[in-house]
Design a binder for this molecule. Sequence first.
Ligand code: HEC
Length: 199
Amino acid sequence: MVRFLFGFVAAVVIVLLTMLCCVRFGFVDPRADAEVGVFESKIAMPALDAAVERRAPNVANPIQPTDENLMTGMRTYQNICAGCHGDILHLHAAFGDAFHPRAPQFAEDAPDMPENQNFYIIQHGVRLSGMPAWKQALTDLQTWQLVTFLSDMDKLPPQVSAAWKAAASDGFGSAGANPSSDTTKTKMKEEKNMEMSAH
Ligand code: HEC
């Protein structure tokens, strides 16, 4: 019995060491554009879902899906999320495929996770993926407006859909009404001008 146990533990240690060596000595493909394999889809993704379910505080969405909240959520989404997650005119954002794991395309497949989990993911991002943590950039209210917009994305009131189409036709990051992004854009323009005059 003792010999069997010893053999079992030794086998487990050897397997773990072999796996560690494979990772450490470069046998893992580092490319973001490599095909998403079985490990990601069968193990990492369910693991992420389970971790978020376990950690996201069980809070209810404190705001209502009024036109005003949906409209503000839409603008924020169009400004900073659509480039990776798609929008009403660009159902599939090609840039979303530049990540490993790929960015889910919400206009193709509306997000169906509970709202407290979406709130948690938006605030904290997803480690080792392209999904940033937005807690520093967005207030709680802005984040709930985004969550509400995501929940209602496939059943938006006509006036919000119309405004979204108009914003999306101007391209990503151009929905306006977000002073911080306007400043960013002016700043980027200034930097571009500086760069050009330096040449
Ligand atoms: C730079 C690209 C990028 C941007 C910008 C971005 N995301 Fe993501 N997002 C990702 C990627 C990649 C994933 C997939 C992460 C994973 O599966 O591990 C993701 C995952 C998510 C998820 C989890 C979806 C699920 O079904 O598991 C939510 C919700 C989300 N993003 C919302 C947002 C919102 C809202 C914004 C804007 C505030 C945003 N994202 C901005 C790349 C991005």
